[in-house]
Design a protein around this ligand. Structure first.
Ligand SMILES: *Cc1c(COP(=O)(O)O)cnc(C)c1O
Length: 469
């Protein structure tokens, strides 16, 4: 019996890829104008897809068409220009297309041996990232799945160095008998940092929290007090870009205080680190380049497709030593190999779409993207500030805007109203104990007109809710 299908031949591959490209282009063509919220839901998709593993093959084109028909309407148009939830970027055309090629090449971007292409693009893109973000040229960059993984790698490197300085080899001898390391973070630390801390065995409950100001930025005086209280070496987890307000910790003071104390500064800069790409905005994060490690995302503000984050460490061997990638695949080489800077062994070449994004925008294009998003944030805040229905809750310093309506209940309902309208997508958050609409600008395709449409739908929602009462 012949089990071959059309997919076995390259003709079959051309046919299904061509069809997939058509379906992708239709999706992208509709993206700016479609209902932003999902059109169908989880249960519907589950019903349509469920059933046992098929006992018979299905033609590849039919499989892909069916997936597009069922899953497409259940996507949220988060890649589109009027999605303002979480902090989610879209995909620049060059980055998206490059990502298709990564899947096509199907390389293991582990080493020069496993993929010369993957290793080389990783090495070049590392340099570019350091240049765009204004970070030390000696730092290493790992291309990981996101800022959570980036935080994990940065904190592993911190753990390695602070324990090594105390004569302890944590990779070999573990933590059970190890000398103590303090971990300090602001009260507004992102949950992903705490997740990283608990994963690497430093104990989320042991994190010493220091006070923040009314925008959520760590108070330098509170950090100074915390450091003075105990001479034990400390990892200080700073943040640039509070996920609600966009506020950035006072980096210069944090670095000076921590250095004096003999500690390590790790920066969670998932989106805020991109302020470094703009001379106008870099003032907000002045001093950040003197930290020891940084985590940031490429899939947020740089607008490459999911998933891609960057783990950046300014101690040449710390990431490599902390990750312990000294396998028989890499006997003695000290040459840069992508796989030793990340937790995974087999991995896709995440540097390729990052390279494509940076190449297609150029340095001025990256700067313009970051500044444009911040201009959008101000435009929205200005539009709503004059409106009796809303209060702008944060100092709009970056790409984040927090607004509240008359009360908590109305604020939650405004978010729902906006999502139901299909005109835009926003989510609520809790800020200073009260509900707020959180608006994030991080998509390359958002225009002033999109911002005005958001302002209008927010105003309409507040008005409609007021007349109901
Ligand atoms: C999004 C975000 C993270 C987590 O990043 P992932 O890419 O989702 O892992 C961490 N910190 C901050 C401030 C964020 O905004």
């Amino acid at each position: 019996m012949d089990h071959s299908t059309a997919a076995d031949s390259s003709d079959g591959a051309y046919t299904v890829l061509r069809r997939a490209a058509e379906l992708a282009m239709e999706y992208l063509r509709d993206l700016p104008d479609r209902h932003v919220d999902a059109i169908t839901g989880y249960d519907e998709v589950l019903d349509l897809l469920s059933g046992p593993v098929p006992e018979h093959p299905t033609d590849a084109v039919a499989v892909v068409q069916r997936l597009a028909a069922i899953l497409g309407p259940a996507t949220i148009a988060s890649a589109g220009p009027r999605y303002f939830g979480l902090v989610v970027g879209g995909s620049l055309p060059a980055a998206l297309a490059a990502d298709w090629l990564v899947s096509t090449w199907d390389q293991t971007a582990y080493s020069r041996m496993s993929s010369p292409a993957g290793a080389a693009v990783d090495a070049v893109t590392e340099r570019w990232i350091l240049q765009v973000l204004g970070l030390p040229a000696e730092a290493t960059v790992g291309f990981v799945t996101g800022a959570t993984a980036g935080n994990t790698v940065g904190l592993l490197a911190a753990r390695h160095v602070l324990l090594q300085r105390q004569g302890w080899d944590v990779e070999a001898d573990g933590l059970t008998q190890a000398p103590r390391v303090r971990v300090i973070a602001g009260d507004e630390v992102h949950p992903s940092v705490l997740q990283a801390i608990q994963m690497i065995g430093l104990g989320a409950r042991l994190v010493e929290r220091v006070a923040v100001d009314d925008q959520g930025a760590m108070r330098a005086d509170a950090l100074a007090d915390a450091l003075a209280a105990d001479p034990t070496p400390a990892i200080v987890c700073a943040q640039v870009g509070n996920v609600n307000s966009g506020a950035c910790d006072p980096m210069a003071q944090i670095v000076d205080l921590t250095r004096e104390h003999g500690g390590w500064v790790h920066v969670d800069g998932a989106f805020g680190l991109w302020a470094q790409a703009s001379p106008r905005l870099s003032e907000l994060v002045a001093g950040v380049e003197r930290a020891d490690s940084w985590s940031t995302d490429a899939h947020k503000w740089l607008n490459v497709p999911y998933d891609c984050g960057l783990s950046i460490v300014n101690h040449p061997d710390a990431a490599r030593a902390a990750l312990g990638a000294t396998t028989s695949y890499l006997p003695t080489s000290t040459a840069r190999e992508p796989g030793v800077l990340v937790p995974e062994m087999s991995r896709r070449s995440r540097a390729v779409p990052v390279y494509a994004a940076l190449a297609s925008l150029g340095r001025p294009g990256v700067q313009a993207l970051i500044e444009r998003c911040c201009d959008h944030a101000r435009r929205l805040a200005d539009a709503l500030r004059d409106d009796a229905g809303f209060i702008v809750c944060n100092d709009v310093v970056l790409n984040q805007v927090l607004v509240r309506a008359d009360d908590d209940e109305t604020t939650w309902q405004v978010c729902e109203h906006v999502r139901h309208s299909g005109e835009a997508w926003v989510a609520g958050t809790v800020w200073h104990g009260r509900a707020a609409v959180r608006v994030s600008f991080s998509n390359w395709a958002t225009t002033d007109d999109d911002v005005d449409r958001l302002a209008t739908v927010l105003r309409d929602a507040a008005k409609a809710l007021r007349t109901i009462r």
